[in-house]
Structures are given as C-alpha cells and as structure tokens.
Write a protein that binds this ligand. Structure first.
Ligand code: SF4
Ligand code: SF4
Length: 452
C-alpha cells in the first residue's frame, strides 16, 4: 500500500534525511474536533500532575509516593512496602491492560496520554507557536531573531523547572516541597542536584530531541511492530477512496496531513512506527475535504482489515488471550485487597540468643516485635499468647499505642514454665487484638532446654 515513490519511509524515520542528518519537524498547529478533545485531555492530565499530591481524601493525600517512609498513597488508599505483592499485581495488570489496549486501539496512549506527548504538544509546541508563529506549509519560516529565540528557551527552562518541582512534589508532598524551598542548599543538596539534573535533561529533551523520543528511543513505540495487526484500530488513510490521488481519488495531494504531523509522517504510506495516533491529520484532512466538497474521514480511526474488506472486527486470538490474563489478574487483585490486614506484625527471635533460665522452673526467650498500622486511625493493640496459652510476656509501654499509619518497634520477653515445654522448639503463636478483635497473628518458636 505504499504510494510514496521514493519509499524512504521504509528505510528511516521522516525526521532524518538521506545523509543521516536531523530534519527539524515544524508541525503546523492542528484545528478540529480531535485536537480540541486532545487539548481537553492533555490539560486535564497536566492539572492532575499538579493537583494530585495536593488534594486530600480525608486526611490522606490523593497521590503521594512516600519512598522515605516506604508507603504509597494511591488514589487515597495507602499501600505499604509490605504490600509489594499488591503493587506487583497492579503493575502486571497495568502492563497487560496497555498491551490489550494497544492490540485493539493501536498507539492511542502515545498521542493522547503519554506524558512526553502531552508536554511536547500542549506545553512546549504551544510556546513555540507564540514565538515562531504557526508554521505555514511550503513557506520558509522567518527567523524571529536571537533575542526572541533566547527568550523562548528561557521560558522553556522556567517551564521545565516548574514541572520538575511538580514531579518532586509527588515524592515529598506540598509541605515537603515548601520545606526544601525554604531550606539552604547544603541541607538538601541531593534534592537540589537531582532537581538541576532532571531540569537540564528535560530542557534538552523538549528543546532538541523532541519527537525523536517517539521515533527513535521509546521502547513502547518499538513494540508496535509486534503488538499491532491488521485488525488494530489506528489512524488510517482510506487508500481505496483516496487513490489515485488528484485523478480519480478523493485525495487532492495537498500534503496538509504531513504539515500538521508532529512526527512528519505521511500517513498515506500506511501505518508506520513513527505515527503516534494523535489524529491531527484526520482534523486537517477533514478541513480539506470540506473545502473541496468531498465526504469527511478520508483519514479516520479504522483498521487496514476494515479498509481492505469493508468489515469491522477487532476479534482475534490475541485479544481473547490478553483479556483472559487481565481477568485473572483483576480477580487476584480483588482477592489480595480483600485479604489485606489492618496491621502488619512480625515477631522474630533476637539475633544470637537462645534461652535464659529465669528461675529454677521457668525459662525466657527474647524477641524483636514490629507492628505497622496500615489504617488512617489510631489503634490500641493488645497481645495474647495463643499457643501455648500458658506463658507470660513482658513488654514496656504496654498496651501498644499505634498512631495512624504509624509503626512500633520493641523488645518482648516471653516466659514459660518448664513443665509446658515439651520439645526443644515449641511453636509459639502470638495474637494482636484491637477492641477484642483479632487483627493478625504471628508464628515463631520458643527455645527451651532439652528434656533429660
Ligand atoms: S500520521 Fe496522523 S495520527 Fe499519525 S502522528 Fe502523524 S498526524 Fe498524528
Ligand atoms: S490532507 Fe487529505 S487530501 Fe490532503 S494530502 Fe492528506 S490525505 Fe490527501
């Protein structure tokens, strides 16, 4: 289905010329319903980036990746590092969802929700239009002058610094970020260094590398070749209707679809890895079709199978297989979440200890106790020896007062009468209660003297 006589699109991305040099893509700003929708989604995502760590649900942040305290606030729920299996299931389900979505809907993620595209098209490209004007096809862009270009890059840098700070806020929260701003460099030199490195890196990405991220480096983009098939719904040119262009076909060869493309693709050559499914060419072509009095949607969201056969179908074996795996993961997630306890407790023998003779008829063992409160309420935790239920324990500051999302670390001594110790290793089960409700139990062993 290649209509480009040179067929260079088969050999290299459209932003590289025959000698291997960079060709700057100066995409014209699209206009139309798809661009309006993309603008709404893009700005909503930017607002989400800024507001998510600031918004609170109850007393908890809506989103906060508190790496220092090893707890993650996700959509108002708190997940601890101890709940890594839940995080692992969520991540696996997300990957399978993205794969399934790509198999059915192509690179929708790239053009509409990928952070790089949102920043590039909704922030930096719009700033560029202010300084360079809206690039007109076929016309040489007037050089705006060194001062204007310098001002543009200065704004690029300030904007990048702002978004770097918003990104850091996802890890520190708004108060933490404010504290960093108010503190000296020496106090938070690591954060300031990371801030400078991230800002310089992204400044380079958006002022120089730009669409090269999508066309050359992004691993997700490279995977399209194996994820997409003829039934995947992508932005597709209806070559049956459009060709032969300028003669009998509806395509008037105005090249408007190429002029607005942020990666420089000529979609008339068929689906290509560089196409990010942004739909800018659909808007542009629809405007042209309206102008020449032809039906809309010469370029549209459809599959090459559908263009070829006239039938619509997204069903194939891979769709069923990925859907099945996704369902299994979602069931596993529901089971994991419903089995999640309110506290996490661990009772471990003090390293290097065995048992101590407390008196002629009793021995003690010493343990390290750690309890984490995984809820947003304070809890007074009481302990009970469940097995054997004849022993006694000693713990300073008992009962344990656990603050919301807080933790307790302490040393506990368990004492047993020698008559109740039947073997060298007696199984010991400890119960943890809140308001007489058993929240969690731990299993360890009690070492005693060997019976003579
Ligand atoms: S070909 Fe069309 S949908 Fe694909 S990236 Fe270019 S403008 Fe966007
Ligand atoms: S915008 Fe439409 S009419 Fe113009 S070249 Fe592209 S496909 Fe053809």
């Amino acid at each position: 289905m290649a209509h480009n006589k040179e067929k260079t699109f088969r050999d290299r991305p459209d932003n590289i010329d025959g000698t291997g040099k960079r060709k700057w893509i100066k995409a014209r700003q699209p206009k139309g319903k798809w661009y309006t929708r993309r603008t709404i989604i893009g700005f909503s995502l930017l607002l989400f980036l800024i507001l998510a760590p600031i918004i609170k649900i109850g007393d908890q942040p809506f989103m906060l990746l508190d790496v220092v305290n090893r707890k993650f606030h996700l959509f108002g729920a708190t997940v601890y590092s101890q709940d890594t299996y839940i995080m692992a299931i969520i991540m696996a389900a997300t990957v399978i969802f993205v794969v399934l979505f790509t198999v059915i809907f192509g690179r929708f993620w790239c053009g509409w929700t990928c952070p790089h595209t949102v920043f590039m098209e909704m922030v930096y490209r719009r700033i560029e239009y202010l300084f360079h004007g809206n690039y007109q096809r076929g016309k040489k862009t007037k050089y705006p002058g060194k001062i204007t270009i310098g001002l543009k890059y200065m704004i690029y840098f300030m904007v990048t610094l702002f978004f770097t700070n918003m990104f850091i806020m996802w890890f520190t929260g708004p108060k933490g970020l404010l504290l960093i701003w108010q503190s000296s460099f020496s106090e938070y030199w690591q954060v300031y260094t990371a801030m400078a490195a991230v800002t310089i890196f992204y400044f380079w990405i958006y002022s120089y590398l730009r669409e090269g991220v999508c066309t050359l480096f992004c691993p997700y983009g490279r995977m399209q070749g194996v994820l997409l098939d003829s039934k995947s719904i992508t932005v597709t040119y209806d070559y049956k209707r459009g060709e032969p262009r300028r003669i009998k076909g509806d395509c008037v060869d105005c090249r408007g679809c190429i002029a607005v493309c942020p990666t420089g693709v000529d979609i008339r050559n068929g689906s290509q890895l560089e196409c990010v499914d942004c739909a800018a060419c659909i808007d542009e072509c629809n405007t042209v079709m309206k102008r020449v009095g032809k039906p809309k949607n010469l370029i549209r969201h459809t599959s090459s199978y559908s263009i070829e056969t006239g039938k619509n179908s997204i069903k194939n074996i891979r769709t069923y297989a990925y859907s099945g795996v996704l369902c299994i993961l979602l069931v596993a997630l529901v089971v994991a979440l419903s089995g999640r306890t309110e506290i996490d407790a661990s009772l471990l023998r003090m390293p290097g200890t065995i048992y101590q003779e407390a008196s002629v008829d009793s021995v003690t063992n010493i343990y390290q106790l750690k309890i984490i409160n995984k809820t947003a309420g304070n809890k007074e935790i009481k302990l009970k020896l469940l097995k054997p239920n004849t022993g006694k324990f000693f713990l300073a500051n008992y009962p344990i007062d656990l603050k919301e999302n807080g933790s307790f670390d302490g040393v506990i001594i368990v004492k047993m009468h020698k008559d109740n110790i039947k073997t060298k290793n007696t199984p010991l089960e400890m119960g943890y209660y809140y308001q007489d409700k058993l929240l969690e139990s731990t299993l360890t062993n009690f070492i005693g003297p060997t019976k003579k």
